[in-house]
Design a protein around this ligand. Structure first.
Ligand code: GAL
Length: 360
């Protein structure tokens, strides 16, 4: 089998005029990943189906400008704090910080000029079994209101079996909070909608939310007996229209599940997504305690993907491995606080067991 490779080419400029590069990783076995230095975006992830037909299983947009204007965080690494911080307020060691509000009175995905809008530094390489690109970003003290200079690294690695891993590290010079995740929109059929996909989420509980998607006070809710019970594979189309107050409020799923083993930080399976007839299957493995499942409830056909196809409602599903929403204000949740002298580390893997690679 050919060895994995990493190659770059230009991808135009960012909205502020900086050069953007596209890094293409090839597994040598038919899987490829394309990653942009703009937003550390996962722009395409080509995966053969069981008949060998390669399609991208993530939604890509035509240009850096299109990613910027689309507003849906397509494929990006979101940060410094993925998901919401209620009222844009966080208190650390007795000091309160005010963050910009960009979602119904709250701070979403690091604020309006979060990491998804930055051009990251890239370094890449390959070996016998892997090809990788490492993206680095320095977020200055006070960036989007957050305290501390934060040095962030995200390494995308594609191995010969076709597994794509995302390894995140962050260090700081002052106490701060950090929650990094990839916001890819997955569609394992390579087009159309995901209503015929099955989804399994390895989680006994989830976080019900208020009308602005902030978790309700109190303990997580058990999934048993609800539309949120995905402990065995369920057809998404049967769940996004469920007569459940939480599902109706969001127009589908836009919720964080509390993963089994959330507290232990080990790498374990979080979710399994399958295209109709299991023609492509993806498992998500993570060290994170939660996974936000978002069924692209806001898409309405107005936006077009990189191939010029309109993106309709539920055209994809985001499987965002992360700490819990508003954890900076919820002492009962796993802590997202990072202090000087320590490194925040997390890892998420996208595995394709139908290709015959290892899954355990
Ligand atoms: C999700 C978030 C949704 C929506 C989406 C981007 O992570 O939970 O409410 O904002 O990102 O369109």
């Amino acid at each position: 089998m050919p060895r994995p490779t990493a190659q770059q080419r230009p991808f135009g400029t960012s909205p502020s005029g900086e050069d953007v590069a596209l890094w293409r990783l090839e597994s040598g076995g038919g899987v490829h990943a394309e990653i942009l230095t703009y937003g550390a975006v996962l722009h395409s992830l080509g995966v053969p189906d069981t008949a060998g037909d390669v399609r991208s299983v993530v939604v890509g947009l035509p240009s850096a400008d299109a990613y910027d204007k689309a507003g849906g965080y397509f494929g990006a690494v979101v940060g410094r704090y993925a998901n919401r911080i209620a009222d844009g307020r966080l208190t650390l060691d007795g000091t309160t910080y005010e963050l910009p509000l960009n979602d119904r009175g709250h701070t979403l995905h690091g604020g309006p000029e979060g990491f998804h809008t930055k051009v990251w530094e890239a370094a890449a390489g390959s070996g016998d079994d892997t090809a990788w690109v490492r993206l680095s970003l320095r977020s200055p003290d006070g960036d989007m209101g957050f305290p501390g200079t934060l040095d962030v690294r995200v390494t995308y690695t594609l191995d010969a079996a076709g597994t794509l891993s995302c390894a995140y590290t962050a260090t700081t010079d002052q106490p701060t909070v950090v929650n990094l995740c990839n916001h890819a929109y997955f569609n394992l059929a390579g087009g159309g909608d995901v209503l015929g996909h099955t989804l399994q989420v390895d989680a006994p509980a989830y976080l019900p939310v208020d009308s602005a998607s902030i978790p309700l006070a109190g303990a997580p809710a058990g999934v048993a007996g609800t539309a949120f019970d995905l402990t065995s594979p369920r057809v998404l189309g049967e769940r996004v229209g469920a007569a459940d107050e939480q599902v109706r409020g969001a127009g589908g799923f836009d919720h964080c599940w509390v993963l089994a083993g959330a507290a232990d930080g080990g790498l374990r399976r979080a979710a399994r997504l399958a295209a109709p007839r299991e023609s492509r299957v993806m498992e998500v493995w993570t060290t994170e305690p939660g996974i936000q499942v978002f069924t692209a409830n806001h898409l309405d056909g107005a936006l077009e993907d990189a191939a010029g196809r309109p993106l309709e409602r539920h055209a994809a599903v985001c499987l965002e491995t992360q700490h819990f929403p508003d954890a900076p204000n919820r002492p009962e949740y796993p802590s997202p606080v990072l202090r000087p002298g320590t490194t925040a580390e997390s890892r998420t893997e996208f595995r394709f067991p139908h290709l015959g690679g290892a899954t355990g």
